[in-house]
Write a protein that binds this ligand. Structure first.
Ligand code: DP6
Length: 321
């Protein structure tokens, strides 16, 4: 096969990946847990040909420079594994808006790893695909398996991969992403990981990670929403404490971000199964039980500073189409 197309979903981390022990290999300092986001996806086609260079188009716009280099880096690993020299045309489309606060790199590199390896004639196992996706973007390792996923830090390059801890239909959770318009460009995750160690709080966060992973894993397996909401908020707040105390400091929150935290905690205190988590941006991922998603979406839209709300259930594995 010289052409292949793959689809994969972005994911939202419940226990966060923040900081690498090896920035080039993207070997994380702690394990992480996430869920894939259904309905949102990246579709990527890789075609190997006799062209002289790799090319990349995202949503029909040609991409060169750093963006293309990052893709070629993954294609180089694929070429080496397959023993081929051919260059590739890569076209990729997202069905979710850029700047919507949903990291596109996770879905993008998961789809690239799958489409690229298939197009090169390789039949990689799920762990091998997850490792390959990880080399492009750490969180992409978690968009390879289905449903609720854990990425173990591993001991070496080949055993730091993600696996499913529960299938899509295990628990009907919904992510209501409250879009909070950020007025300035924020620092990207790759630069953030590189300075995570400059915060005196990072060592404490990392040392405590096994405890948080266990609580979160158990809460998901037992479908204990109260324990789940408490641990995801705690973990997100810990990561942002590290971000805020890094050099230079990274302050991703806007006023509306904090307003949503207060509202979500009030709603939970009054009996609604709801909790928040935030990635490297101002938008708040408000996680709730599926039957409450309509009500939560409505309430979020009423909060000043919230410009839109995206709603996503639990998504499946990356797949060839
Ligand atoms: C805050 O996977 O986007 O979303 O490996 O440099 O591409 P790179 O970083 P990335 O980092 C994600 C950071 C996070 C937390 C998480 O998703 O676990």
């Amino acid at each position: 096969m010289t052409t292949a197309t793959a689809i994969s979903h972005p994911n939202i981390a419940f226990i966060k990946y923040w900081g690498n022990r090896d920035n080039t290999l993207r070997l994380p300092v702690n394990g992480s847990i996430s869920m894939n986001l259904d309905g949102l996806f990246t579709r990527t086609t890789v075609s190997f040909s006799s062209a002289k260079t790799d090319s990349l188009a995202i949503n029909s716009t040609p991409v060169t420079g750093k963006g293309l280099e990052r893709v070629s880096y993954i294609l180089d690993i694929v070429r080496e594994k397959a023993g081929i020299q051919d260059r590739a045309d890569v076209t990729s489309e997202n069905n979710f808006p850029a700047g919507a606060g949903i990291a596109s790199s996770a879905a993008a590199f998961a789809a690239l790893a799958l489409a690229g390896s298939k197009a090169a004639g390789l039949n990689l196992s799920e762990p091998e695909l997850s490792v390959l996706a990880r080399r492009g973007s750490g969180s992409a390792s978690r968009s390879i398996p289905a449903g609720f996923v854990e990425w173990k830090m591993g001991e070496a390059e080949s055993d730091s991969y993600a696996f499913s801890i529960a299938p899509v239909d295990h628990w009907n959770l919904v992510d209501c992403v409250a879009i909070v318009s950020a007025s300035h460009k924020t620092t990207g995750s790759t630069e953030g990981h590189a300075i995570a160690g400059t915060s005196p709080l990072q060592d404490v966060r990392v040392a405590d990670a096994p405890r948080r992973l266990e609580i979160c894993r158990n809460a998901i397996l037992k479908k204990d929403f109260e324990a789940f909401a408490n641990i995801i908020e705690h973990d997100s707040d810990m990561m942002h404490s590290v971000m805020m105390t890094s050099k230079p400091p990274l302050m991703y929150w806007q006023s509306a971000t904090v307003e949503i935290f207060h509202q979500v905690r009030e709603w939970r205190a009054s009996g609604l199964p709801v909790g928040y988590t935030v990635d490297a941006g101002a938008n708040v991922h408000v996680i709730c039980l599926g039957e409450y998603a309509k009500e939560i979406e409505k309430r979020l839209r009423e909060i000043p500073g919230v410009s839109n709300v995206l709603v996503a259930g639990v998504g499946g594995a990356a797949k060839v189409v």
